[in-house]
Design a protein. Sequence first.
Lengths: 251, 497
Amino acid sequence: MNVDIKDVTRKFGSAQAVAGVSWVAGAGVHGLLGPNGAGKTTLLRMMATVIGPTSGTLRLLDRDPGAHPQCREIRRRLGYLPQNLGYYPGFTIAEFVEYFALLKDMPPNRVPAAVASAIEQVGLGDKARAKLRTLSGGMLRRVGIAQAIVNDPHLLLLDEPTAGLDPEQRVAFRTMLREIGERATVVISTHLVEDVAAACSEVVLMNAGRLVFRGTPRDLVARGASVVGDGGSGDSPLERGYAAVLAEARR
Amino acid sequence: MTMSDAVIVPAGPSGAGRPPTEPIRILLRLTLLELRRSPMPLMLPLVAALFWFDALRTGENLPAIWAQRASILPNHVLPDVGPIAAGMAAWAGGREQRRGTGDLATSTARPRWLRHLASWGGALGWTLLAYAACATAIYLLAARVVLWGGPPVWPITVTGMAVAAFCTTGFVAGVLLPSRFTPPLAALGTLFVSILVFQSALSADHGVTLLSPNNTVPPLDWGIFHPVPPDLFIVQTIFFAGLVLLLLGALGLIGSGHRLRTAIAVALAGVAACVAGLALASTATRGGDGYEVSALHDAASDKAIAYTPDCTQDSAIPVCVHPAFATDLSGASAAFAPLLAEVAGLPGAPTRVTQIDLADLPQLTDARDRRAYGQFGAWSTLVTGSNGAAVLEYGFGDPNAFTEADTVGYLRSQAAQVVIGHVIAPHESPDPAQLAVELALIRRAGATVDASGAAPDQAVTAAAERFAALSPAQAHAWLAAHLDQLRAGQITPQELP
């Protein structure tokens, strides 16, 4: 399995951000939904090997991220877009993506082509030499996506990837995700259920550090439909399903 | 509930099975990126301004001697460049934290140390570029005026290594304490070190204080007559290189623990170099032309440097200086000529005025008179030689503070009693008649009489005035006829013409 999580918890001091999550995921696009503070970002940071779990086991790409040589192998195949993308304003788009391509241990001779391809995929090919300080928030987000996909990752973790993207870009992005999802495991943490509906083959819903739903978008819609008369809310069927699952989890 | 098919993705282009790419190539490429986008160029105008106001202008006023001009590097260029470099490097070191790229960078395969090394390399590259530009300017300007010898390499090396140590210190401070206050504190801290600690080390000449590059401020004629031994420069270079390695190794020990063994090895190498530098510095002893460290000293380098003196025949006898001081030859000749004219042709008169190495003074056992004057003039040591030797020691000061006429007059006055006295009373303190003749000849030569001693009595003064009133030919003829009696103390002031 590309993602194999068993009973993983993560505490920050006395606060428990992730409380006993177990999840197995293979190739495909997986949506990670949940309200603010549900533990999505913490779970993604653990999967990105930025932080380790407090307890439980985590295997990524069939390797143990806690062991150094294996962790490095994972990171070579990892693409990660953090929720708050830090960037170096003086770098151009191409330089920023190249910088992270090199840090991802890509062979230097293959980096230029990979960088150009990644930038092209996010629609910034004509701005490759623009300094990051000159870009809009949406463009910066696309730069973040470009650096995440530059190494053709087998595990792609995207935290709020479509924040700031306009509708046209969002559609193109979903298409790209579906393509990547055919050969890799893509995990998107998002609040935008339409992204999930359009791109994800599986939805995972977290609440208060726990995994409270796992299924296809259709399953989530069904959950919403089954409780319409029972207080479900939302503009779309998926939102109603989301609200219904959360309402049930909070009881 | 369904679940997507679980697939283990085989290794792709960046996957397993591929040997790790060469870290050096990646590091070089990252460093190039860092160099291109480093904030360090922002410091260049400030460095240029400081360099112009401080180092360059000071350097232009120093004597045209390589060792003197090179001393500008540790004494002025280091405090001009080092603190700014440390501050900017601290800014670069704190970038990851400041820009919030920590998570993103941590999720990459390469260790944190590599990122830091690349970022440090970018900061150091610009720092060394700025330093190299300053050193080049100093040396180019010196090359236009220096008359003899070649540019010394060791001051460049030592100061460059000290600048690198400053930059590395700032960078590591920025990594460890990524705060907006760290860069100014790093700059102020290194400025404090460079000015206060290094300068205070000037007053000491042993042990750890010798590790200060400022401690190698040379006397004027260092490296002129004998090579300056590179011993202490080597020790300082070892120490600062060790400091850089120690800091870089410590940087590798922080964080992920990847490449831990390499980081430990680098840190230990740094500690070893620092300890070696300290130990070697504690064994340094002051020699004639610099410090000698027995473990490093090459005795072959003690041999005097051969040279052909520059001489002039403008005065009664040749006046010679080391070619490094050739521009001072006309002034020296002008200072000595009237004095030498007064005693020319007399028995025991000087036959040659030659500049010598201060280190040779102890060998001149028959030297009659030694006088040291600090902070004036542009000549080093001059000796009149004949019938024994008379030695004048001169210190050196700011030649721009005095006109050439001032300097010539001063040198003439200081040399007067040595040159005249060497002929009139070569082996003992002058008796009244000898003193009267000395005073008369000194006055006739246009020199000022040293008024620091007890005033001569009336008889001596009157005799001196009488003798000074003689024509040069009369005075010379009388001296030619009566010099032996005068030297033997058989003439009284009243008997003087």
